[in-house]
Design a protein around this ligand. Structure first.
Ligand SMILES: [Fe+2]
Ligand SMILES: [Fe+2]
Length: 188
């Protein structure tokens, strides 16, 4: 896997801010991967490519709708940007020859989460939230929770996203609801 080519691609295709965010996610994710004994190379690839379709317009994202399951179509028509993870996972496969399911799913579900996420998926999901460039009220508290317990951190991230989505009166993706319920029901 050609990490240099991936970095070059995201540098060229993403805004400067989004490129730096991607490097921030790489940094945060590698730190967590090291701590939790997750495959470092897989985590690095998923982190670098997680937002690789973030520059796509709504129109470009919607071209991929034929590959989305019927139940999910409604929400994507209303909020096409929710598709950037799914489309990113396709770009990772087509442009970079990624075949590893864990990497593909890490990219695919990084915005919504999903039920029964793998360790890599959790690491990418929460690193997207807490990478060093992120500044929002409560980010340091969230970093502390992640440091203490990864699952609690992911739960807190999902809670924040769902609350924020309600505040904006937008549709909540069922994947996020399922992710939250699963993690809450299984927490030790
Ligand atoms: Fe994203
Ligand atoms: Fe991101």
């Amino acid at each position: 896997m050609d990490i240099r080519r991936m970095k070059k691609y995201i540098k060229k295709n993403l805004s400067k801010k989004r490129y730096e965010h991607s490097l921030g996610v790489e940094h945060a994710a590698l730190k967590l991967a090291d701590k939790h004994n997750c495959d470092l190379v897989k985590v690095q690839v998923a982190a670098l490519l997680h937002d690789c379709a973030k520059n796509f317009t709504n129109e470009e994202l919607l071209k991929y709708m034929s590959q989305v399951s019927i139940e999910e179509k409604d929400i994507y028509y209303k909020q096409p940007q929710l598709l950037h993870g799914f489309v990113g996972s396709i770009i990772a496969q087509v442009n970079f020859g990624i075949k590893d399911d864990d990497i593909i799913n890490g990219i695919r579900y990084h915005t919504t989460g999903r039920e029964n996420m793998s360790l890599l998926e959790k690491i990418i999901y929460i690193s997207d939230y807490i990478e060093p460039n992120r500044v929002f009220k409560g980010v340091n508290e969230l970093r502390e929770i992640v440091e203490m317990d990864l699952d609690l951190g992911v739960l807190e991230g999902l809670n924040r996203t769902i609350k924020h989505t309600i505040d904006k009166n937008e549709l909540i993706h069922t994947l996020s609801v399922n992710a939250r319920n699963y993690i809450l029901a299984n927490i030790k």
